[in-house]
Write a protein that binds this ligand. Sequence first.
Ligand code: SAJ
Length: 421
Amino acid sequence: MKITTIGLGYIGLPTSILFATHGHQVVGVDVSPTVVEKLNQGYIHIEEEGLQALYNEALAAGNFEAALTPGHADAYIVAVPTPNKEDRYKSCDLTYVESAIRSIIPYLTAGNIVIVESTIAPRTMEDVVQPMLEQAGFTIGEDLYLAHCPERVLPGNIAYELVHNPRIIGGVTQACTAQTKTVYQTVVQGELIEASASEAELSKLMENTYRDVNIALANELAKIGTDLHINALKVIEMANRHPRVNLHSPGPGVGGHCLAVDPYFVAAASPDFSPLIQTAREINSSMPAFVVDVTKQLMQEAPTNKIAVFGLTYKGNIDDTRESPAMEIAEMLAFQGFDVAAYDPHVMSATLTMEEACQDSSLILVLTDHAEFQMIDSEATERMALPRVLDTKNIVKTLATDVTRMDFGSMHVYTQTLVAK
Ligand code: SAJ
C-alpha cells in the first residue's frame, strides 16, 4: 500500500516506520524542514528506544521518504498535535488537524482511506472532519473511508506497544471501519476493536482521564496524610492488598502531553456533566505548589539556602521535560529565592553532577523516579550542609545511614521533627 503520514512526531514517526518495515511505501510529511532533512539524511529526531534501528531497516528496504508536502496515496494517517486552547475549559485546538486534512484534499481519489490518529475531542470526526471532506465532494463510506484510530502507546515503549496493544478502529460508517481494518491488520498483532468514530474518540480520552482521576485521588490522600500526620504511602500499600483496590501513586503532579491535556477535552465538550474530571485536574495541578509549600517549611531552619533537585523530567527514565511538574517546582523554588541546583542524568541541558548539585545543599528534593535515584549514597550526602532527602516519588530505596528521609504524604510529621531539632 502507499501510505502518507502527516506529522512526524512521537507518534507519526514510529507509525510511519512501522508501516515501512512491513512492506508498505511510506511518505512521511512534516512542516519542519529541519525534521525532513534530518530524516532524509538517515537520522531520527526523537529519542525512543530501538527506533533508530527500525528506521535503518525501513530505509534499507527503500520504503520511507520524508517530505514537506503530501502527494497521492492509498491511505493517509494524520498524527499531528492537538494542544489545549486557551479558553475557559482548555478545549481541544483542532488547527493542525484541520490544516492536515486541507493539505491532503487536493490529492484524494475514490477509494482512499483517511485515518486520524491524533487525540481529538469527542464528536470531532462527525462534526468537523466529515463535513470538510463532504464539502470537497466525497461521500463518506462510499468513495472515501474515514476513521479515528487513537494511538495508545507509552513513551519509552512505543515500538513494542504499536504492534502488540489492542487497537480501536473507529469508522464514521461500518464500511469505513472495515476498510481501515485492512490497513492496521498488516502491522498490528493486538486485537482490532471495531467502534464508531465518536466511541473511539471518547474511549481514548477516558483512558487517560481514568488515570488522571485516580492519580488525583492518590494526591488527595497524600495531602490528607500530611494534614493528619498519617503515612499515606503505608496506607496505599496496605489498601492495595485488597483484591479489588488499586490506589495509584501520589507525586509532585501529573505531567506529559496526555494525562494533563486530554481530560480537558472531555470537560470542555460536556462541562456541566464533568465536575469530577475538572476537580481531578485541579488537584493534580495544585501539587507543585503543595510540594513547594512543604519544601519551604523544611527549609525554614536550614543552614544554607541551597536545594539539590533530583530529576526534571515529567516521569522516570525518559528525557522529556515538557509539561513537567518537576520543572515547575524547580522554577517556583528559584523564583522564591532558593539556590536550586538540578541534577538529572537523562537531561542533556542539566549539566551538574550529583556531587556538584549536593555540595552545601540543605535538602535533596527527589521529583522524578529515575532508576538512578533508587540509591543515594554518601558520595552525595556527605557534601550536604544538612543531609536530608524529601522523596516525592517514593523511589529512594537505599540511603546513606546518617541521612534524614522524608516520604511524600507524611511530610508534616517529619517537618515537625526537624523543626524541633
Ligand atoms: N503519575 C503519577 N502517579 C501514578 C502514575 C503516573 O503521579 O500513579 C504521573 C507521572 O509521573 C507523569 C504522569 O502521571 O507525570 C503521566 O505518566 P503516565 O506514565 O501515566 O503516562 P504518559 O503520559 O507517559 O502516557 C499516557 C499513557 N496512558 C495510560 O497509561 C492510560 C499511554 O498509554 C498513552 O498512549 C499516552 O498517555 C497518550 O499518548 O495518550
